[in-house]
Design a binder for this molecule. Structure first.
Ligand code: IMO
Ligand code: MG
Length: 423
């Protein structure tokens, strides 16, 4: 049995799905372990673009099964819509999706609460995807949330939903409750056949050749505990979350690949030390098509932040880097990497999680020569311009982890393996 984790190591949208897809052809299982449909995972192949929200990115490979672990939260109605739209597009999903029986639910109330909380917070809102993710996870922690197996027991389901509204000091009319129960019953008619025990499926599997690919959603700097709290998501987005989110201990993972973009992006609010407010940021946004796949929001753009990147590499114990979107830099004269944070006149290589501290940071930059050439066809390290090679070397050296996968375009084919840095 072999297992690989593909983990977003910045603020999400690192093009993780592209890397999962690149490696996924050989995987028996692609497994999501946290997050929900706040994720927007894009794969481009054969001129066709797919965006997945709850369904793991392995679904394009007909022999790969897609597993959803207990650490994920599922919006049953949105999930069915996603299944239907993929099937309408010609993908065969029957028997290929398995959801752990302990998986939590996102209910209509959670979306309402997400929206209301963002409105109430106003000036200090988080900028969530408004998919109900935060309220769903907090209800699970408060032990008033619902689990997917509750759908199998209609009377219990009704009681739990009533109790959930009561817990939030809200009332639900009989008509609305019946409407919700009806929709959930319809969803269950489809979902029931997907529900299984992911823990035993992974841990008690007798197949010695089994290959598992764990697919992270969001990014480690959005982790509830180690991210830039409170400007984070509500799930744990770290290597260790594989264990809590699937039952397959993170200790057993053979290889951890941290995915980084050649620059940084962030959607939503929160401090972002290397953020660009000039025409270079604008240019990267346009060339890289940096608009949210879930909400369509323009992504904030910044230079590569090696302080944040090293922190993320360290807390997740990554073995190698997959560097994406290198092609987006073509034509930019001068590139920058933040090597240190300057705080109160002192330089440090330590990341700061507190928003008031991170906001004060003055990034210290190392400057690199850019390149003119369009590199979207350079499918080997040797074909890259010297300046691009130097840039990759610098990332491996600053993060202290070798770069092993390089992506130079959005299509599946525009990816290659080459070891940069390391021993
Ligand atoms: P993928 O998997 C980028 C961000 C939101 C917001 C914060 C909290 O595509 O990389 P939430 O709805 O989770 O409560 O929002 O987290 N966020 C993401 N940013 N990529 C994502 O997913 C994200 N999922 C959530 O913008 O700042
Ligand atoms: Mg995304």
């Amino acid at each position: 049995m072999s297992s690989i984790l593909v983990l977003g190591c910045m603020w999400g949208d690192e093009a993780k799905a592209k890397i999962v897809d690149y490696l996924g052809g050989d995987a028996d299982y692609v497994v999501r372990f946290q997050g929900g449909n706040n994720a927007g995972h894009t794969i481009v192949t054969g001129g066709k673009k797919y965006v997945f929200h709850s369904i793991p990115s392995g679904i394009l490979y007909p022999n790969t099964k897609c597993l959803i672990g207990s650490g994920v939260v599922i919006d049953p109605i949105a999930f069915i819509e996603e299944v239907n739209s993929l099937e309408a597009g010609g993908l065969k999903l029957a028997g290929r999706i398995m959801i752990d029986k302990r998986t939590g639910l996102v209910l209509p109330l959670h979306k309402v609460l997400d929206e209301q909380s963002e409105t109430r917070l106003a000036g200090s809102k988080i900028g969530t995807t408004k998919r109900g993710i935060g309220p769903a996870y907090s209800d699970i922690s408060a032990r008033v949330g619902l689990k997917i197996m509750d759908l199998a027991y209609p009377a219990y389901l009704k009681q739990r939903i009533e109790e959930l509204y009561a817990y939030h000091n809200l009332t639900i009319s009989a008509a609305e409750l019946n409407q919700q129960l009806l929709e959930l019953e319809k969803a269950w008619a489809v979902l029931a056949s997907y529900v299984t025990d992911v823990e035993t499926l992974l841990n008690l599997n007798k197949n010695k050749d089994l290959s598992i690919l764990f697919e992270g959603a969001q990014g480690a700097l959005l982790d509830l505990n180690y991210g830039s709290y409170p400007y984070v998501t509500s799930s744990r987005v770290m290597t260790d979350a594989v264990g809590t989110g699937t039952g397959y201990s993170a200790r057993k993972i053979d290889k951890i690949i941290g995915v980084y973009k050649a620059y940084c992006t962030r959607v939503g609010e929160g401090p972002f030390p290397t953020e660009l407010h000039d025409e270079i940021g604008q240019r990267i946004r346009t060339t890289g098509n940096e608009f949210g796949s879930t909400t369509g929001r323009p992504r904030r753009i910044g230079w590569f932040d090696a302080v944040a990147a090293s922190y993320s590499a360290r807390i997740n114990d990554i073995d190698s880097i997959a560097l994406t979107c290198l092609d987006v830099f073509s034509g930019i004269e001068e590139l920058k990497i933040c090597t240190d944070y300057e705080v109160n006149g002192e330089r440090s290589k330590l990341f700061l999680s507190h928003p008031l501290e991170l906001e004060q940071v003055k990034p210290v930059y190392q400057i690199f020569e850019g390149w003119d050439k369009d590199i979207s066809g350079c499918l080997s390290f040797n074909k890259l311009p010297r300046a691009a090679q130097v840039y990759l070397d610098a990332i491996a050296e600053l993060v202290k982890v070798p770069v092993q996968i390089i992506s130079i375009g959005k299509d599946r084919s525009q990816t290659f393996t080459h070891e940069v840095g390391g021993e």
